[in-house]
Write a protein that binds this ligand. Structure first.
Ligand code: SAM
Length: 271
């Protein structure tokens, strides 16, 4: 009886420690692998945050990572070189004006890019034309409508809504995660599977408190303080109260939840 309890305890303790070690990379990329010899196009690589994971998890695949900003490409290249990865080439290019051969990639990867585009359907249609028949596209996007936390705070929700509104005014969509299935379906991808990836954070996961709640989400909201106030979306006092409430969720009894959506679609031969 006692022995079973001890075993059970050890098992649960091991699970707890494994859970604690979980990072955003595990949540988003535990199943991102590409076969040896395959050609991958990463679109909108930015400064290479995902490129490192893609390149190191699929060392025998070759990547072409593109971004519209030269400076980001420079930074991404530096990151990849500093880690000794040699399976990535970079190119400065606009999704809407690519000089790449049709049906020349085995897989395409897009992360946190569609949310910034006013024509996500057109972008996906272009990318579909670059995929070989039988190839897949992987798209990961967030959805700010999926944000909830404890203690709840109306001010924090209002501050988050400022981000949604500002992005909308720039032609983007901060709630695009929920639209991945219809978008991929409308473009003509087959066998689409969308998996919600919830980032659940409480104080038993200090890495996620630091990496996600503080350094990713709250930092992003803090970054829109001035434009939100300048565009009269919110008062200074409510915005600051909202940010304070987001920090409050990182305390011992606080909880923060956000959901990313990871969609994978396949290009099949059209009839
Ligand atoms: C939020 S960042 C995401 C970067 C990276 N994928 C990641 O997950 O860390 C969006 C990136 O998309 C790039 N981007 C936006 N519009 C683009 C376009 N038309 N063509 C190529 N890249 C574009 C931006 O320059 C930026 O680096």
């Amino acid at each position: 009886m006692v022995k079973a309890y001890v075993h059970g305890y050890n098992f649960l303790e091991k699970r707890r420690l494994e859970d604690q070690a979980k990072t955003l990379v595990d949540i988003l990329h535990s199943d991102t692998f590409y076969p040896a010899g395959s050609k991958i196009l990463e679109v909108g690589c930015g400064v290479g945050a995902q490129t490192i994971t893609l390149a190191s998890k699929s060392p025998n695949a070759s990547l072409l990572s593109i971004d519209i900003f030269k400076e980001s490409i420079k930074e991404a290249r530096k990151k990849i070189e500093s880690r000794g990865l040699s399976n990535v080439q970079f190119q400065c290019a606009d999704i809407f004006n690519l000089d790449l051969e049709e049906e020349s990639f085995d897989h395409i990867f897009v992360c946190h890019v569609l949310e910034h585009l006013s024509q996500p359907f057109n972008a996906l249609a272009i990318l579909e034309s670059l995929l070989k028949v039988g190839g897949t596209i992987t798209v990961i996007e967030g959805d700010h409508g999926s944000t909830y936390f404890y203690p709840d705070s109306e001010a924090a929700q209002k501050a988050i809504q400022c981000q949604v509104e500002l992005q909308k005014r720039k032609g983007g969509n901060a709630n695009i995660g929920r639209e991945l299935y219809p978008l991929l379906n409308d473009v003509g991808f087959s066998s689409i599977s969308v998996s919600p990836r919830m980032v659940y954070v409480d104080s038993s996961k200090p890495e996620l408190v630091e990496e996600f709640t503080i350094n990713t989400f709250t930092a992003m909201i803090k970054g829109i303080r001035e434009p939100s106030i300048a565009e009269k979306l919110i008062s200074r006092a409510i915005f600051d109260e909202g940010v304070k409430a987001l920090y409050r969720t990182t305390e011992k009894d606080g909880v923060f939840c956000y959901t990313f959506f990871k969609a994978i679609g396949t290009k099949l031969q059209r009839e």
